[in-house]
Design a binder for this molecule. Structure first.
Ligand SMILES: Nc1ncnc2c1ncn2[C@@H]1O[C@H](COP(=O)(O)OP(=O)(O)OP(=O)(O)O)[C@@H](O)[C@H]1O
Ligand SMILES: [Mg+2]
Length: 224
């Protein structure tokens, strides 16, 4: 079954669309596993707490890269591979393209090093489809501003950093058009979802209008 990942800068709408996609696929009769990175299993959630803790400002870039990969390796080993083998659709909110974009394109790690580390963590467990939600930084910040979250360690890196991340994701999409699809995330929630569904159909996951409507209805529940 397909392995689908969602990528993009903070506030672009990944978690919202991940929930919608999972709900629509479930309604269509698929067994869906929805995950988020970093985290998803106990060891990886512990690593997530280290990565996002604002008290860890002294963390160097190599340490950060390897912690992300450690969390990812465990998630792939413990959850993603077994789920795919059992015939489940796996939807993951961020995956290795985030490492390439954040630590490689925007951070000080060489892109090739980030990609070698990615390969070590996931082996051949490469997504079949990656949706990159492309959005203007200001609009993403506006959307995030509507939430009362504290700023975490990654978000505190500033505007220029986030711009390089966004450009990194665009480059990845340009270079790997078969796997990575760029979606204009500045559109309404429904329109972004429709674009995502069109891409899902491309990997054999057809969702009816009714499945999509039911998924949108689930959003009445509070977002994470
Ligand atoms: N298309 C949209 N139009 C308007 N608001 C949206 C849209 N998509 C998501 N939002 C809202 O924008 C905010 C950020 O969305 P969401 O949490 O899904 O983004 P995210 O990419 O997961 O962010 P983060 O990287 O911080 O986890 C939420 O309040 C969400 O309800
Ligand atoms: Mg999110």
């Amino acid at each position: 079954m397909p392995f689908i990942t969602l990528e993009g800068i903070d506030g672009c709408g990944k978690s919202t669309q991940a929930r919608l996609i999972a709900a629509a696929l479930e309604h269509a009769g698929h067994d869906v596993l929805l995950l988020r990175e970093p985290g998803g299993v106990e060891i990886s959630e512990k690593i997530r707490a280290l990565l996002l803790d604002p008290a860890n400002g002294a963390m160097c870039d190599a340490c950060e890269l390897l912690l992300y990969e450690a969390a990812r390796a465990q998630l792939v080993h413990e959850t993603v591979r077994p789920a795919l083998a059992a015939g489940r659709v796996v939807v993951c909110d961020r995956f290795f393209d985030s490492t390439t974009a954040y630590q490689g394109f925007a951070g000080s790690v060489k892109r090739e090093d980030a990609e070698v580390a990615n390969a070590l963590a996931v082996g051949d467990c490469v997504p079949d489809l990656t949706l990159v939600f492309d959005i203007d930084l200001e609009l993403a910040q506006q959307r995030r501003g509507e939430r009362a979250d504290a700023v975490d360690r990654m978000e505190a890196k500033g505007f220029a950093f986030q711009q390089r991340v966004a450009e990194g994701f665009r480059t990845i999409a340009r270079e790997q058009p078969a796997r990575v699809k760029l979606i204009d995330a500045s559109q309404t929630l429904d329109a972004v979802f429709a674009c995502a569904l069109a891409e899902l159909a491309g990997v054999g996951l057809a969702v009816s209008a009714d499945d999509a409507r039911c998924a949108l209805a689930t959003l009445m529940a509070p977002v994470e």
